[in-house]
Write a protein that binds this ligand. Structure first.
Ligand code: C2E
Ligand code: MG
Ligand code: MG
Ligand code: MG
Length: 293
């Protein structure tokens, strides 16, 4: 009896393993064709200057989406697979070209000072000649280097290789700005802030979200913002979802913010009314007040 039950269980496990392996294989195969089939698209989320009266969109962060069988897949679902297969290099190249092209197009249609921000994987940065590739993409698009911001993560800096540092220095020399994304979530070493040529610190949304109500998250957020500012960095607060978050930030020396309160990431055509000021921020629409009822 025990032997029979064991056999049945083994068969079930092996079917489950096979199904998981098949799913992984399908994902990799589908991703390998996705670029050629034009299935990737970029959505954009505004980053706003907040310390100057009414918030102003200064930058848009490009966020990758994959349209697979009519559904939009989140980057969290497929970026790891792209990194594993090495396809992140070709896809990342496409992201950079498309984001620079779109931003230059917006500049030429009236948003003169608009900048864009693009997320990088370590595989991209470690490819030989990456900084020169970025320079070529900028030339091709006509976007000024100072209008491009590149977001890297702490895990990338953790590898702390001479190659990484050399590449970041080359990028900085081009005039491209470098941001440290999701700050505070990785194995942060504050030494990174001095060793690498960074200009921007993005405070992770896990801190900002709790800052108005949780005394500890409040203290941590204030400390991170203060640290960034005293090192001469611009600080962007991520994950601003409601007016309490914004109020908290306005009391700090934090000049930039991003989050659903301003806008969720949108396809380019849907972002335009917001860029043009024809439409308010998403959070303004839900403010309780006499006009809403
Ligand atoms: P990220 O760079 O930290 O981007 C911000 C993520 O937080 C986005 O998720 C955005 O939709 C979400 N977000 C923004 N505001 C709020 C908010 O107020 N509340 C909440 N709950 N979430 C907010 P998304 O688009 O799913 O991207 C996830 C991650 O995937 C990104 O995190 C980034 O690390 C990575 N990623 C996206 N596009 C690319 C890309 O082109 N290349 C690479 N290498 N990574 C990318
Ligand atoms: Mg980012
Ligand atoms: Mg982030
Ligand atoms: Mg993040």
């Amino acid at each position: 009896r025990a032997k029979e039950a064991g056999k049945a269980q083994f068969a079930r496990y092996s079917t489950e393993l096979q199904a998981a392996a098949q799913k992984r294989l399908d994902l990799h195969n589908a991703l390998a064709r996705a670029l050629a089939r034009d299935e990737f698209e970029l959505h954009y989320q505004p980053i706003c200057r907040i310390d100057d009266g009414r918030p102003q969109v200064t930058t848009v962060e490009a966020l990758l989406r994959w349209r697979r069988n009519g559904r939009l897949e989140s980057p969290l679902q497929f970026i790891p697979a792209l990194e594993e297969s090495g396809e992140i290099i070709a896809v990342g190249d496409w992201v950079l070209r498309e984001a620079c092209r779109q931003t230059r197009h917006w500049q030429l249609s009236g948003q003169e000072g608009l900048c864009c921000s693009v997320n990088l994987s370590s595989r991209q940065l470690l490819q030989p000649g990456f900084a020169q590739r970025v320079a070529a993409i900028l030339r091709e698009s006509g976007l000024r280097p100072t209008c491009l911001m590149l977001e890297i993560t702490e895990s990338l800096l953790m590898q702390d290789s001479a190659e990484t540092l050399a590449c970041l220095r080359e990028l900085a020399v081009l005039g491209v700005r470098l941001a440290l994304d999701d700050f505070g979530t990785g194995y942060s070493s504050l030494g990174y802030l001095k060793r690498f040529p960074l200009q921007i610190l993005k405070v992770d949304r896990s801190f900002i979200g709790g800052a108005p109500d949780d005394p500890e998250l409040n203290a941590i957020s204030r400390a991170i913002i203060g640290l960034g500012r005293s090192l001469g960095l611009e600080v962007v607060a991520e994950g601003v979802e409601d007016p309490a978050h914004l109020d908290f930030l306005l009391g700090q020396d934090c000049r930039y913010a991003q989050g659903y309160w301003f806008s969720r990431p949108r396809p380019p055509a849907m972002l335009e009314p917001l860029l043009l000021g024809e439409e308010g921020f998403e959070g303004e629409g839900c403010l309780p007040g006499p006009a809403t009822r």
